[in-house]
Design a protein around this ligand. Structure first.
Ligand code: PEP
Length: 251
């Protein structure tokens, strides 16, 4: 069985005082190598210090986006080598808040993901449909289009995917187990067709209002290899409860 990955996305939340949460999470993780992987994607300003606090523990630290270029005249942007040097192991690319708020297309997301891989990071590439797309029956078509564009030029063992229905992010509305199972099976099929056998082991995370109350129902679903968690990753107790729900599946 794929080791599950429980990943937090702090978004634009977190000051130095919140490094206490990083420490609490890091010390609350299981030590065993069979335990789920744990990751916190913190704001760029906290990355180096969070990585220092997590050093020597099972907690990985990641960024939330990166530019497709290594360096240059891109005011305000952060490159993948910068994240890597600061201590990141992962970076989220193509989160819907970047796709919609910053005009990041599938082509841009793929270029960012390739830049991440070139810098030694594992990109977590997000895909997901809007409520209108779901209502009109276009979900799988939309996901297929995003996967086709966003995975361009990537090797199967170099990235993680996250299925995040936009209508479930930060809304408290969770996709049903049947909806999650359908899309994750579709993504798995896509990966197998595109990459062959290695496509069977690409991790596919679910994201969208995952919390301690629903984790035990969602994480065991077939082809769900972990979770990408926004709001509930800001509290150590909530993050660890989700992590423990994943850990309970491996014993
Ligand atoms: C996210 O931002 O990736 C996310 C899933 O947020 P939330 O858990 O708050 O819905």
């Amino acid at each position: 069985m794929n080791r599950k990955l429980i990943a937090g996305n702090w978004k634009m939340n977190g000051l130095r005082v919140d490094l206490q949460t990083v420490r609490e999470i890091a010390t609350g993780l299981a030590a065993s190598t069979a335990a789920p992987e744990a990751l916190l994607c913190v704001p760029a300003t906290l990355l180096a210090e969070a990585a220092r606090q997590a050093s020597g523990t099972a907690l990985c630290i990641g960024g939330q986006t990166c530019h497709s270029q290594e360096k240059g005249a891109y005011t305000g942007d952060v490159s993948a080598p910068m994240l890597k040097e600061a201590g990141a192991g992962f970076v989220i690319t193509g989160h819907s808040e970047r796709r919609t708020g910053h005009g990041e297309t599938d082509e841009i997301v793929a270029a960012q993901a390739r830049a991440a891989v070139n810098a030694g990071l594992t990109p977590i590439i997000c895909v997901g449909e809007t409520l209108d797309e779901r209502s009109s029956g276009a979900t799988l078509k939309v996901i297929e289009g995003q996967l086709t564009g966003s995975l361009d030029g990537l090797e199967p063992n170099s990235f993680v995917l996250a299925y995040e229905p936009l209508w479930a992010i930060g809304t408290g509305k969770v996709a049903t187990p049947a909806q999650i199972a359908e899309v994750h099976a579709f993504i798995r099929q896509f990966l197998e067709q595109r990459f062959g056998k290695p496509g069977q082991t690409v991790k596919i995370l679910y994201g969208g209002s995952l919390n301690p109350g629903n984790a035990a129902e969602i994480l065991p679903i077939s082809n769900v290899d972990g979770g990408l968690i926004g709001g509930a990753s800001l509290k150590a107790g909530d993050f660890l409860a989700i992590y423990n729900a994943a850990a309970a599946l491996t014993v």
